[in-house]
Every structure is written in structure tokens, then in C-alpha cells.
Write a protein that binds this ligand. Structure first.
Ligand SMILES: *Cc1c(COP(=O)(O)O)cnc(C)c1O
Length: 367
């Protein structure tokens, strides 16, 4: 980003100086010491600010709390073996964030403001972007309606924030997924194609039950016929069938993942046939039983590519892919090498973040 149009609160410098990365990071458990906040009020965006991470105040009547008027993004900044951090496909996250806001009738955050918030937090936290391969600074931009009231209409005021978490590679290890036959994650034409917190709320009961039955996550079917595979609650799904890579074609209830799209590009460029189609769950289970489907995996920003060792059905039957983490691993390693800028990036997917430097007494930065 060019010059900072946002305000840096004075306490930010002390809290950056005092912050130490703990030895154990986990995923999303350690809060970065600063956050970005900008408010939309009276028909315009106010100047954004960088401030210490901490509790915020909103009115109890805020529509975010009553009507789930909230959308978000998840992205990562990497800094493996380099002084500055870099983002991955930030513009694609922006475009999706904009679509998400529009779907909820919220005023989208302008692209400059979105990037300003992300660059402010990542730039300030450059030293806290853990730098071992697989580690990253997980970045969470979000937008929520702050106007109080029960009239069912969009808020006229909103707040855009960016928080971040120095994180280990998110590892669900090898996942066991349970086909959810009754509930649906998103209605056809509902919020499924956008990143709204409400989708996660809708998924929690099935997720809880899946975990109670010894699985990692629920596998969602399409809301209309419940015959076709859609995705997991926060990850898209791929299957290796014969020599081809198959994934559910995007529809009006699947979330178009940036990782999904990146894997399709990488796989095609390395000569694999990738087929996006409607995937009947009955057919996939047959192909798993016959061995025709050899491998299944899921993908998303947090876990990147995560192998699946078991697919369970509600009738108690279980299906095991013959291969675990072969193609998945190959794709994960290729993608991560680009994300971490260890490999050339012919797609222009990565972009650097200029570290935030404290101005001197004269307000000057640098030499
Ligand atoms: C975020 C998300 C994904 C993964 O998207 P990425 O852009 O790859 O992180 C997949 N499915 C759902 C439901 C999601 O919310």
C-alpha cells in the first residue's frame, strides 16, 4: 500500500514493542497485538485506525447480533526466509468479500479500505509472522452491521475490522467425514456462495453430532435433492477418480474457495484432467468401494489441502479411500511453495506487504 491514510494510535507502538510470539501457536489461538477498524456512518467511511487488539464496544441492539448481519474473509500472510510478508490472492478475497456484503445488502468495503486494513495489520505485525514453512499470520477481515433496531432492513452503519493470528499450519491431520443426510448447510439461493458467519451457525449442530460420532466434520449434500456432494463446512472437496481429479461444480449453494480454484489451476497446469461436475454421493461411495476412487481430500485457506481417510454414512457404513495424501500432498506442496514464495509464481498470486515502521521524532519514516 502507498502512504497510510489511516491513523496509528500511539499505544500501538508500545504494544508492538512488548509483544512476544509464544513458543506454541496453534491455529487462531494467539491474537496479533494490533487490529484495524473503520466505521461506516452517515453515508461514508470514516478514517480507519490501527489500534491495540482488545475488546470493542457495540450497542446491544446492533443488527449484527440479531440478524447475523456479518460477513468475513480468511487469508494468510507468509514470511518464510524473507524480511517482508506476502499475501496470497488478496484481490480474490476482496472480490468475494464484496460479493458477500452485497448478498447481505450491506455496503461493501471499498477495495482500497480492505487492502489498507490488511496491509496495516500485516505490515505492523511483520516481525510476528512466524517464518517456518507451513506457519503463517492468519488474517481475518470482517464486516458487521452496527445500527440498533428490529426493523428488518440493512444497517445504515457498519464496522470493518481486521484481526490476525500468528499460526501453525492448521492441521486437522487426516480427516474422517460424516455424510449429513438431513440438515443442509445452505439453501439453494441462500447464503451458501458467500462467506457469512450465518452459514457456520447453520452447520454447527451437524458438526457437533459428527464429532460426537467420532468424525472430524460433516460432509454436506445439496439442499434440493440431497443426492449430490457439496463441500465441508469450511472446505471444498476433491476426489481422485481413475486418473482424473473431480470436484463438485460451483452452484448456488457452494462456496467458491480460493484454494479450490488455485488447485484446479495447478493440477491442470501439471497435466491432470480436472472435472468440475455435479457429483452424486451414491456414485462416489460405489467408486470408493470398487477402488475406482482412490483418494479424497478437502481444501481451504486454513488447512490448505487436507487428506480424508474415511467417509461415513448415516446408516453406519464406512468407506475408505485406498490412498491417503498422495495427490493431496503433491498439490499441497506445490501450492505452499508458491504461497511462501519458495517457487516461482507465474500466476501473479502473491503480493508483498511493506513493513510498518515507527516514524522518528520528526514524523519521518526510513532514511
Ligand atoms: C472459506 C470456505 C471455504 C474455503 O475457501 P478458501 O477461499 O479456499 O479459504 C470452503 N467452503 C466454505 C463453506 C467456506 O466458508
Amino acid at each position: 500500500m502507498p502512504t497510510a491514510a489511516y491513523l496509528v494510535r500511539n499505544e500501538v507502538w508500545k504494544c508492538l514493542a512488548d509483544f512476544r510470539l509464544p513458543d506454541s501457536l496453534g491455529f487462531g489461538l494467539v491474537a496479533a497485538p494490533v487490529m484495524y477498524s473503520a466505521t461506516f456512518e452517515g453515508g461514508q467511511w470514516k478514517q480507519g485506525e490501527l489500534l491495540p487488539y482488545g475488546a470493542i464496544e457495540i450497542l446491544p441492539g446492533a443488527r449484527a447480533l440479531h440478524f447475523a448481519e456479518q460477513v468475513f474473509e480468511g487469508m494468510k500472510a507468509y514470511r518464510v526466509g524473507r524480511p517482508a510478508a506476502n499475501l496470497f490472492r488478496a484481490r480474490d478475497n476482496y472480490l468475494r468479500f464484496k460479493r458477500s456484503a452485497e448478498r447481505l445488502a450491506m455496503r461493501p468495503v471499498p477495495q482500497e479500505l480492505f487492502l489498507e486494513g490488511i496491509h496495516a495489520v500485516v505490515g505492523a505485525c511483520t516481525a510476528f509472522v512466524p517464518d517456518k514453512s507451513g506457519q503463517s499470520l492468519y488474517v481475518r477481515p470482517f464486516l458487521f452491521g452496527t445500527e440498533p433496531g428490529y426493523a428488518v432492513r440493512a444497517s445504515t452503519s457498519a464496522r470493518f475490522m481486521v484481526i490476525a493470528n500468528p499460526s501453525e499450519a492448521y492441521s486437522a491431520g487426516v480427516m474422517k467425514v460424516l455424510i449429513e443426510r438431513e440438515q443442509v448447510r445452505a439453501a439453494a439461493g441462500g447464503l451458501g456462495t458467500v462467506k457469512a458467519g450465518a452459514n457456520y451457525a447453520a452447520s454447527l449442530l451437524a458438526s457437533t453430532r459428527a464429532v460426537e460420532r467420532g468424525y472430524t466434520v460433516a460432509l454436506w449434500l445439496d439442499p434440493t435433492t440431497r443426492q449430490n456432494i457439496e463441500e465441508l463446512s469450511g472446505m471444498n472437496l476433491f476426489a481422485v477418480i481413475g486418473d482424473e481429479l473431480h470436484t463438485p461444480v460451483l452452484n448456488d449453494s457452494i462456496l467458491p474457495g480460493v484454494t479450490r480454484d488455485s488447485l484446479i489451476v495447478l493440477a491442470r497446469d501439471s497435466g491432470w484432467r480436472v472435472i468440475e461436475r455435479s457429483m452424486a454421493v451414491a456414485e462416489l461411495l460405489r467408486q470408493l468401494a470398487s477402488g475406482e476412487c482412490s483418494e479424497v481430500f478437502a481444501c481451504g485457506t486454513a488447512a490448505i489441502v487436507c487428506p480424508i481417510s474415511l467417509i461415513g454414512d448415516s446408516d453406519g457404513r464406512e468407506y475408505r479411500p485406498g490412498v491417503i495424501d498422495a495427490r493431496a500432498r503433491e498439490l499441497r506442496e506445490r501450492l505452499l511453495a508458491i504461497q511462501e514464495r519458495r517457487a516461482p509464481d507465474p500466476y501473479g498470486w502473491t503480493s508483498e506487504v511493506i513493513p510498518l515502521v515507527r516514524p522518528d521524532r520528526h514524523g519521518r519514516v526510513g532514511t
